[in-house]
Design a protein around this ligand. Structure first.
Ligand SMILES: [Zn+2]
Length: 259
């Protein structure tokens, strides 16, 4: 059930039987030369469409912006920052709390959003509510280790092909990941904001555009993706999420902190 498609009377009726709502949170950011900026928003939206076929949980409108400062510089990336997302999610959940919603399930499409989601989740806990943070791509990799992947790699590319294969241009994937040692040969770039210095990892927060030649990151090459992989993975996640929602519905709420 989509909040944006029902009347307030329907929301009143829904709240008599459930205090749970799903809030999809995405991002608008670079995903490599071969995939659209809306990847992290389009995938949660497709998961919700599939979920609706088997579950009538209330779903809030998708938040299309996230905390993605590290991907700024790639044209089109929009970041509202960790603080901006904390503010948006706090206002959204506080509004919903006023009517009786107490269980908030975040369907998250982007890793950079997790700092904000965790802050908001702990604040909700103190107010006698619960938040569950579902990172679909991490969980898909747990459900089937063959699906595990990085940013704009095989896993996400397959998921977008599962949404709409015309959104991917495979002809633009023609090189390896090609990370650049942007702080010189003594400090090798090893991953997302990390370098190796004499055998130990150091985190140096910085924009990815300075160390990624083509905007995707991960061990799973994007050109390994197929539409079948994407469809199977999204459906498996949806089946898992349907079960989770039914279990989470019956979990006891915490006691609100006294002032
Ligand atoms: Zn992504």
């Amino acid at each position: 059930m989509r909040l944006e498609r029902v009347t307030y009377g329907k929301v009143q009726e829904y709240l008599k039987k459930s205090d749970m709502i799903v809030i999809p949170v995405g991002s608008t950011e670079n995903h490599g030369r071969h995939m659209p900026l809306g990847t992290d928003t389009l995938i949660p939206n497709r998961i919700i469409e599939l979920l609706e076929e088997k579950n009538d949980v209330m779903v809030a409108p998708t938040i299309p912006y996230g905390a993605t400062d590290t991907l700024m510089g790639f044209p089109g990336t929009i970041s509202i920052g960790v603080d901006g997302l904390v503010m948006v999610l706090t206002k959204v959940t506080d509004s919903l709390r006023r009517y009786g919603f107490r269980k908030f399930v975040i369907l998250n499409g982007h890793g950079g959003n997790n700092k904000s989601i965790e802050i908001v989740g702990m604040n909700l806990y103190k107010k006698g509510c619960l938040l569950a943070d579902l990172n679909w791509w991490l969980m898909a990799g747990e459900l089937n280790p063959a699906w595990k992947g990085g940013h704009g790699g095989g896993e996400e590319t397959a998921a977008i092909m599962g949404v709409d294969p015309s959104l991917v241009d495979m002809s633009l994937i023609h090189e390896d990941m090609n990370l650049i040692d942007d702080y010189g040969p003594e400090m090798k770039t090893t991953g997302w904001g990390t370098v190796d210095y004499k055998g130990a990892t150091v985190i140096i927060p910085r924009e990815m555009i300075h160390y990624s030649a083509n905007g995707w990151y991960g061990k799973d090459r994007p050109d390994t993706a197929t539409e079948e992989w994407g469809k199977e993975m999204l459906q498996s996640f949806v089946d898992w999420m349907d079960d989770f929602l039914k279990t989470f519905e019956n979990v006891k709420l915490p006691e609100a902190e006294k002032d």
